[in-house]
Design a protein around this ligand. Sequence first.
Ligand SMILES: Cc1cc2nc3c(=O)[nH]c(=O)nc-3n(C[C@H](O)[C@H](O)[C@H](O)COP(=O)(O)O)c2cc1C
Length: 161
Amino acid sequence: MKALIIYASTYGYTKECVEKLKKLIDGDASITNIKTTDVPSIEEFDHIIIGGSIYMGQINKKLKEYCITNINQLLNKKIALFLCCGLPENFDETIKNCFPKELLEAAIAKECFGGELRTEKMSLAHKMITGLMQRASKPGTPETMGLPENMTKLAERINNI
Ligand SMILES: Cc1cc2nc3c(=O)[nH]c(=O)nc-3n(C[C@H](O)[C@H](O)[C@H](O)COP(=O)(O)O)c2cc1C
């Protein structure tokens, strides 16, 4: 079984998630960071896993455009989708804005891997937005909300199909 993971990350949380996911997948899994590398031909892969982090309700533009442009080839593969986000409770709504409807319907797995606010690495604009988000959220909301169990769930789905 050959799998390709295509992802986009800004401050590294998603990158770390896909590195963990790769280890959970049986067989050969490759990783492509769409922000820095061209996506290889997907012809030779059985499973394509696509995901990224959410900023202001949206996934990375390149990732979104890749899915739209390559929808026909993607629909011939087994697809799994994931998001990294700070508001897992909004996952079902958020994912609808990120991927084409046909891809969402065809996906064998859709999971939320949680998120992490890495304030020390953020641009000033992102720091300010994070400050506003934290003021609006419940006191005591943690800055790290990883959902490793959902990575395991997605990998198991891939390994069993
Ligand atoms: C400026 C900013 C905007 C964000 N907007 C959202 C959002 O709309 N919805 C959400 O669930 N999480 C949001 N987040 C949380 C990120 O998705 C989360 O921190 C994620 O783990 C970042 O992953 P990365 O380090 O791979 O980029 C936002 C974070 C920042 C800094």
